[in-house]
Design a protein around this ligand. Structure first.
Ligand code: AMP
Length: 552
């Protein structure tokens, strides 16, 4: 299959911001592909050549790509650099530069998807002496056969910035639509495998039944089940009926896998950090059965038995050198809370059964290896749950987790079955740059606020729409203010000058191509109007990204 066909799809996707149109474009294209190609396109459509679980990456810096572009079109790297600066992006710079390409390679063979995919995968494997030259020659081979639009998307793929506004959700829905499969089935398969190449191929070849058979494999990380903020205890515990309530530790979530003799440790973002935590590997080897398993827990740093601030554990995990020294200085403690696989997949078992299995398999005879402190909450013992929360805070932890006893483990889901009850929610001070008027009775009020953060040029870049947390009087006040600051109003959408600062609480930062920062917030709630703050005092995009990278 020709790469140009995929490139046409990229162009069409870039030309629309409408989600449904994007889904139609991808779905129509997937239907035309054979099994081998769909496997590759399942990844290329997201601008990657390795699945999300893999720690492999293309790993080529922008400078190297600029050098290769220069060589491909017979110009200097400086000229390429200028074009990138003018156009703001390597892809657009290629369009400009290729128009002037001096020696067109007539009669060259057209690029195929297979050749592009395999060449890009090869790039990650090159290391050692002369690796830069070898990488350049692979990129050059691609670029010198490429058309201008092919070069645009090739260079963007290599630099890992495809910029076509396509994320996991759109690809998932497109696969479902192409092969007439329930979205939920596709989603589950994706959460379990974290690999759209497997999901797309299986959907094409075996349909819904094939996807349902995909399951966990120890060694391949699974998207963790996530937590929402909990409503008051006296509301949620009776609603669940039976709730496992556990101390919420302020550390890093680990997913530990054993496959035969190999133990691997992943973060909640599926990053393999086994190398940074050798003593944790030893703990698992010595205090867990030598069977295949996947367990989850939180690891915290301690000193004199007290939890240390979260930053300490982060340093441990990020460390590449002098790991031995760090082991001495920052002793770790593990608190396991779930088992997803023990000899067989267990995610469909009720939590209470999984917990029982966990208790049976973990040897907690050493100080470092623990199960999370828990109690089973019911409508009759809410004061005890409250006490667990208070003790947790007193001991320097974050609060408690509240989990439905009868639920299975739903990878990647942030639902009502696992909740966090914390002393303080996360907040950012953000600036209103626009909003949407309500409908019907609420048509006079701006009901949903487009909030933004400052970037390094002091421009405000959108992050999310916040629509909850305000009473009617405040909505009215904000609407009036926004009318004074109006730049344009089109239909129900208003754009305003960035002047009003809101404190926004949220449960998590997620990647999102729909907003200018490339990130968004889950469950944004307006906490306060920060009249004491000017837009220049608002939080920054840099802080958002740093919070994202540290798992909030
Ligand atoms: P948050 O990061 O605020 O969304 O809260 C969810 C996170 O709390 C999980 O991803 C874990 O890293 C962490 N956590 C700490 N203790 C527990 C526990 N006992 N059960 C589940 N998650 C926990």
């Amino acid at each position: 299959m020709k790469y140009q066909e995929l490139v046409d799809v990229y162009s069409n996707l870039e030309a629309t911001t409408k989600r449904l149109e994007k889904i139609d474009i991808i779905s129509d294209y997937l239907k035309t592909l054979d099994s081998d190609t769909i496997e590759q396109v399942g990844l290329l459509i997201l601008g990657v050549v390795f699945p999300a679980w893999s720690s492999e990456e293309i790993g080529i810096g922008a400078k190297l790509v600029e050098r290769a572009v220069g060589e491909a079109i017979g110009t200097t790297p400086e000229m390429v650099e200028d074009a990138v600066r003018d156009e703001g992006d390597i892809g657009l710079a290629c369009i400009k530069l290729y128009a002037k390409k001096s020696q067109m390679t007539f009669f060259s063979k057209p690029l195929t998807i297979d050749f592009v995919f395999k060449s890009l995968q090869k790039l990650s494997k090159i290391s050692g002496p002369r690796s830069t030259n070898r990488k350049i020659s692979i990129i050059l081979e691609l670029l010198s056969q490429a058309s201008a639009t092919e070069a645009k998307y090739l260079t963007r793929t290599i630099t890992e910035e495809l910029r076509i506004g396509v994320g996991d959700g759109i690809v998932r829905d497109a696969i479902a639509q192409a092969f007439d499969i329930d979205k939920k089935v596709v989603e589950r398969a994706q959460m379990l495998t974290n690999d759209f190449s497997v999901v797309a191929k299986t959907a094409k070849e075996q349909g819904s039944e094939g996807l349902k058979k995909l399951n966990l494999t120890p060694g391949t990380p699974v998207k963790p089940m996530l937590a929402q903020l909990a409503p008051p205890l006296d509301e949620i515990i009776p609603e669940m009926g039976c709730a496992i309530c556990e101390t919420k530790y302020d550390g890093i979530r680990l997913q530990v896998h054993r496959n035969k003799d190999e133990i691997k440790i992943f973060t909640r973002r599926l990053e393999n950090i086994t190398h940074a935590l050798p003593e944790v590997v030893d703990l698992f080897d010595e205090h867990m059965p030598h069977e295949d398993y996947i367990v989850e827990g939180e690891v915290i740093a301690t000193r004199d038995g007290k939890p240390l601030p979260f930053q300490n554990i982060l340093h441990r995990v990020r460390r590449k050198h002098n790991v031995e020294e760090a082991i001495e200085n920052v002793p770790l403690k593990l608190f396991l809370f779930d088992v997803l696989y023990y000899k067989v997949p267990m995610i469909d078992e009720a939590l209470i059964k999984r917990r029982e299995t966990l208790e049976n398999i973990v040897d907690t005879s050493v100080d470092e290896m623990n199960l999370s402190t828990e109690l089973v909450g019911t409508a009759d013992n809410i004061p005890e749950v409250q006490k667990l929360f208070e003790t947790s805070i007193k001991e320097g932890h974050e609060g408690i987790m509240i989990k439905d006893c009868s639920e299975g483990y739903i990878p990647g889901l942030r639902g009502k079955k696992m909740l966090k009850y914390k002393a303080e929610p996360e907040t950012l001070d953000m600036v209103i740059i626009g909003g949407t008027y309500g409908i019907g009775k609420r048509g006079d009020f701006v009901g949903s606020y487009l909030v933004a953060l400052r970037d390094e040029n002091d421009d405000f870049k959108s992050v999310a729409y916040a629509a909850t947390g305000l009473d009617d009087a405040t909505l009215e006040y904000l609407t009036e203010k926004m009318k004074e600051l109006e730049i344009t109003t089109k239909g129900r959408e208003i754009k305003v000058e960035p002047k009003i600062v809101l404190e926004i609480a949220f449960s998590e930062i997620v990647e999102s191509p729909e907003y200018e920062t490339g990130y968004s917030l889950r469950f944004p709630v307006v906490k306060n109007i920060r009249k004491d703050k000017s837009p220049m005092d608002a939080d920054t995009v840099e802080r958002l990204i740093s919070m994202y990278n540290t798992g909030n």
